[in-house]
Design a protein around this ligand. Structure first.
Ligand code: AMP
Ligand code: ZN
Length: 496
């Protein structure tokens, strides 16, 4: 099954496939580690993860690179304000980012590339551009890319550059979406500013050259697929193309995928609107990591996602429904021989639709719908059976589909408790416990060990027929939203 994706460059949905005998080369722009990641960032990273997991499921070998932007304007400014070397300033946020990836079940790519560890490659690329006449040194000692020298400028974002001023320059990393300017490749150090001493002089790289240099380092001059959020299309990706294609004379990335933005209650996320959420904000409010991950995939990547708290609650329920269904499959008496063809068909249809939907421009909404249809139809079929007997083969077929779904969506295994506990421990260390929902703090005020100790004590009390004590312990746990389930194999507990 071939994967087809919309290519921003061509404006068409096209097949994405590796060159014969090669892994698929993917470069996905990573985070700028100057603060904690917000849920919009993670919408993009979760979609990259869904794509990555689906390609692996289809047997495509990957060579996936993600950069960590650990030097740029914002980092320079914040580190200086904090009185820290930039490495000390970014280390905390890089660690937090990797923890957040883990919390959301996002796999790490084959290569994580830090910008500060590739300065010689960036300097080399700039020198090549200067030699070939695509870049020049300004009187301030900074180097700029001359966009008038690259006729393809604008081909990704489809910008009409007719009114462009030749030689107008811009020094900041992020700039006006409506104007094209010669942009800085290398920024000469101002007095007392953190810098590298290089053949270009004392300074630091611009943001755009970082990605060009690192993509080429790991994937060569030409590679298969480049990904980022929609805001990166211009100027960031346009500039990457200009730099890389001018230097190599070859097509940079063949395919460009842009993930559209996450909005919050219909608005752009911003601190001033009070609708700006990091992953940790949501975890501290008591939302589960699995529900957040699942919500981020509810709308296909080519449409904007409107994040709402109602949506997050629905997503929590949807994950719960899937987990309950998975448990239900374990509760039947199994008929060893034969199979029910109608029930088998339900599994086959779901499996086919799941793969077709993801192959068709990564349509996560339809892929999810295929699974929910299976859950509904199988539940109806199960409800009709009075004797609670189902063919073993049918159960296995359905389980296979759930596994196939979860290899991509990764929400069935319950790791939520561990993630919430992690977030609370972080909040405690960072003196942010005031942000945690009070019932959450209460619920986690007992450690796993303390809970297991109380359960053992209750067990002893029951054996000694001290039911008053046993009930008191059960009630104490219930008050902290810890539920006990007595089963033949012993007592299981979970946080509500
Ligand atoms: P940054 O750390 O700002 O460089 O962004 C990391 C990634 O998140 C980039 O691919 C951005 O395009 C993406 N991104 C930023 N804001 C949003 C948003 N609101 N929705 C989706 N993706 C976003
Ligand atoms: Zn980039």
């Amino acid at each position: 099954m071939a994967l087809r994706l919309y290519n921003t460059l061509s404006g068409q949905v096209e097949e994405v496939a590796p060159r014969p005998g090669q892994p698929l080369g993917i470069y996905a722009c990573g985070p700028t580690v100057y603060d904690y990641g917000h849920i919009g960032n993670f919408r993009t990273f979760v979609h990259v993860d869904i794509l990555r997991r689906f390609l692996k499921q289809q047997g495509v070998p990957l060579r996936h690179v993600m950069n960590i932007t650990d030097v740029d304007d914002k980092i320079m400014r914040n580190a200086a304000a904090a009185g820290l070397p930039i490495g000390d300033y970014t280390a905390k946020y890089e660690k937090a980012f990797l923890e957040d990836l883990h919390a959301l079940g996002i796999e790490q790519p084959e290569f994580l590339a830090r910008a500060t560890e590739h300065i010689p490659q960036m300097v080399g690329l700039i020198e090549q551009l200067v030699e070939r006449g695509y870049a020049y040194r300004g009187e301030n000692g900074s180097y700029y890319f001359r966009i008038a020298s690259f006729p393809g400028y604008g081909k990704l974002s489809k910008k009409d550059l007719a009114g462009m001023e030749d030689g107008a320059r811009v020094d900041v990393d992020e700039y006006d979406k409506d104007s094209a300017r010669d942009f800085a490749l290398w920024k000469a150090a101002k007095p007392n500013e953190f810098h590298w001493d290089t053949s270009l002089g004392a300074g630091r790289p611009g943001w755009h050259i970082e990605c060009s240099a690192m993509a080429t380092e790991y994937l060569g001059d030409s590679f298969d697929l480049h990904i980022g959020g929609e805001d990166l299309m211009f100027p960031h990706h346009e500039n990457e193309i200009a730099q890389s294609e001018s230097a190599s004379g070859k097509t940079f990335a063949r395919h460009w995928m842009h993930v559209r933005f996450l909005l919050v209650e219909g608005k752009k996320m911003s601190k001033s609107l009070g609708n700006f959420y990091t992953l940790r904000d949501l975890l501290l409010r008591g939302y589960k990591a699995s529900a957040i991950r699942f919500l981020l995939t509810s709308v296909p990547y080519r449409n904007q996602l409107n994040f709402t708290f109602d949506g997050l609650t629905e997503s929590t329920n949807a994950v719960e429904r899937l987990r309950n269904f998975k448990l239900r499959l374990k509760r039947f008496f199994l008929i060893p021989q034969g199979l029910d063809p109608k029930l088998a068909e339900i599994a086959h249809v779901a499996s086919r639709k799941f793969t077709d939907s993801l192959s068709n421009d990564l349509n996560t909404a339809e892929a999810r719908a295929a699974i929910f249809d299976m859950v509904r139809d199988a539940n109806i079929a199960f409800d009709k059976r009075k004797d609670n007997r189902v063919h073993q083969e049918n159960i296995m077929l359905i389980q296979d589909v759930l596994e196939k779904f979860d290899a991509v969506f990764d929400v069935l295994e319950d790791r939520d408790d561990a993630v919430t506990r992690f977030a609370l421990e972080w909040a405690e260390r960072e003196h942010r416990m005031d942000q945690a929902a009070p019932e959450l703090a209460a619920r986690y005020s007992l450690s796993d060990n303390a809970i297991e100790g109380l359960i053992a004590e209750r067990d002893k009390a029951r054996k000694a027929r001290d039911f008053a004590r046993a009930d008191a312990i059960r009630n104490e746990l219930a008050a902290k939203e810890i539920l006990l389930e007595d089963s033949p194999d012993g007592v299981r507990w979970r946080r509500k």
